[in-house]
Design a protein around this ligand. Structure first.
Ligand SMILES: Nc1ncnc2c1ncn2[C@@H]1O[C@H](COP(=O)(O)OP(=O)(O)OP(=O)(O)O)[C@@H](O)[C@H]1O
Ligand SMILES: [Mn+2]
Length: 314
């Protein structure tokens, strides 16, 4: 880009009304550019604000990428298809052959553009395995899938034994449940704030694959730990009222994207249905353990103080 701004671009690979087929595992599912866009809007509506801004754009991949790049590696992945469309494929570990290329029509291609975070040297981040990660094999299972008391173990381990980290993981699981994203193997935090850094919700492209299915296992951190931030619960309760319904707010918010419509109606209305399932899960916990145990005030004082590296900067 002319002003040296950087974005993460994810090209369109499927139509808005294509559903993920029943036999496809979440880890080989397509990455959906519209899911990246919709997730940004949802994250903001939930008031998490942990997704860097994402907007949809039509790109001329020939004029705006191939013809202007000086990067030989990038040029080398472009080719012209038998139908005379400009296409490119990815250089990576898997799904990278020309069979998986994306093609313009003949040069135009929709995509999501995610504002790039400052470089790792300016704003260092660490990637941390999600305690509720899934197995990335056809047969594997993780401990949390079979052990209903898994959260008791997690709660004893730093950094989940103090501060807000576990509550933030639960926020993230609610966010992922609403979008149907099962692909949350890691999360990232800025390292300058020590254990109190907030979670970044990067990589939301595997959400919004199936509108008629609610994957309850994504909510495991909430249903197994039975705690939630008061602020999150209040926001969810607000969005469950008919005057402020999540689907209406999302529909209106998504209108502002240049590529709208971003989600089909069944995906938008699924959000209301899933929101009610989150609220019922909280209700069940409250019935079992009482409100004081379940609904937690935000900003629990950390037992260890964060390392405020910014204060030390010259
Ligand atoms: N907006 C962003 N700014 C800076 N870095 C980002 C941004 N979005 C993603 N990244 C970084 O790039 C990595 C890859 O992004 P992402 O996971 O969205 O793509 P992917 O195609 O799913 O890649 P992978 O197969 O590695 O998961 C992320 O783990 C993250 O570290
Ligand atoms: Mn990814």
């Amino acid at each position: 880009m002319r002003n040296l701004a950087k974005v993460m671009y994810k090209p369109m690979r499927q139509q808005r009304d294509d559903e993920t087929p029943e036999d496809v595992f979440y880890f080989v599912d397509f990455q959906r550019h519209n899911a990246e866009i919709a997730s940004f809007h949802l994250d903001r509506i939930l008031d998490f604000r942990r997704v860097p801004p994402v907007a949809g754009r039509q790109l001329n991949i020939t004029g705006e990428v191939l013809h202007v790049t000086h990067n030989e590696d990038l040029r080398s992945v472009f080719f012209t298809s038998p139908a005379n469309n400009t296409c490119f494929f990815a250089k990576c570990l898997y799904m990278c052959k020309t069979e998986y290329a994306v093609c313009g029509s003949p040069n135009h291609l929709e995509g999501s553009m995610s504002a790039y975070l400052p470089s790792l040297s300016m704003a260092p981040r660490v990637s941390i395995p999600n305690p509720w990660t899934r197995s990335y094999t056809f047969t594997g299972r993780q401990e949390w899938e079979d052990n209903p008391f898994y959260c008791d173990t997690v709660k004893q381990q730093p950094p989940y034994n103090s501060g807000n980290r576990l509550l933030n993981i639960i926020d993230m699981s609610i966010f992922d449940f609403l979008t149907g994203n099962m692909d949350r193997h890691h999360y990232e935090i800025f390292s300058n704030f020590g254990d109190e850094g907030f979670l970044l919700h990067l990589d939301n492209a595997r959400g919004f694959g199936k509108h008629s299915h609610d994957e309850m296992s994504i909510l495991a951190p909430l249903t197994q730990c039975c705690i939630i931030k008061r602020s999150t619960l209040l926001r969810l309760q607000l969005l469950a009222q008919s005057a402020f319904s999540l689907s209406d707010v999302m529909r209106e918010s998504l209108q502002s994207d240049p590529l709208h419509p971003i989600l089909t109606e069944p995906h938008i209305s699924a959000l209301d249905r899933r929101l009610h399932k989150v609220l019922s899960a909280v209700q069940q916990c409250v019935r079992r353990l009482g409100e004081d145990e379940v609904i937690t005030n935000d900003f629990i004082k950390p037992t260890r103080y964060p390392r405020w590296k910014f204060d030390e900067a010259p």
